[in-house]
Design a binder for this molecule. Sequence first.
Ligand SMILES: [Zn+2]
Length: 351
Amino acid sequence: MKLGTAESAPGDVATGYLSVTELPTGQSEQVPVVVVDGEKPGPTIWVTGTIHGDEPTGMEAIHEFVDRIRDEPLAGAVVCIPVMNPSGLRTNARTSYYGGEDPNRYFGIEGGDGETPPSVQQLICDRVYEEIKASADAVISLHTSWIATYPYTIRPRVSYGERREETAARELRDRLVELVDAFGLPAVNQFGHDETTQRSLDHTLTGAAIGDGIPAFTPELGGRFVVEKDVCEAAVVGLQNVLYASGMVSEPAAARMAFELPAEDNLKRLVHPHTDTAGVVRYRVREGEWVEPGQVVADIVTPTGETETEVRVEHPGYVLSRYEGVAVYENDPLLDMAVPDDEPLLRKSHD
Ligand SMILES: [Zn+2]
């Protein structure tokens, strides 16, 4: 297999770089690649990390994962891009510095916007995604969320009608559910359909891959900036178990990690509640806790310490993340939650 400067033969682990655009300073922008090429034929699984430059856990999980599988007899291949956003990594920032764009909103977009040609960030995404699409049987896009996050996996919604038949969509959904289950973190379905569209989440790497019929999911490996070792280890074990579920290795990883949301059967992401009052937030709950409708989850206080208001939730569910920073403005979000899902994971496309 050849990817950029990484060239592997069966049984090899090859590392190298894939050039994705030219820089004004005369060098190329390059993403690092690691190819673990199995001795026997089998599926090709892509694992990507750090597309948000302030999310180092995916990169470290990939390094450790490759170390664990490099001497295993492997059927198929694992292709890793530990750092999808080198410019963001250089600056410890979520976005790339080419126009400050979120790189994870530019996958699977055809061409430019009217008269405007595609931005350099879109070109980079196109070039990487072309390689992914050519060989991927599954894609795992490793992320982290806010500081103070309970680890979970986002399961994208699958649609049929426009781009595939219902039977094919059902198979894709079943494979997706199977792989997310093998990965082992609590599964939380993507936002509802309208919210997903509004946030351009069909053009994340995972959203684009699902659109192209490739099973893909997004683990959120705890909080950003710092690698949480226990969550990183859960990801390494999860990746090994995805290989096992794909028939690529003969043994599952020894331990499954104990991150659980017990009522995890059918939950979806929701940003809720928001505060209608500016002030300083004091949370009464933390990540991983279950909350009931009407429960006060935060107080908004003045800088002199008086309570301005109490913020309650309207939905039952788990707290996935508390938002970062204590200063809040009108209608700022306070929590990412996992709430009972009222939409099916598989749906007919109405677009
Ligand atoms: Zn991210």
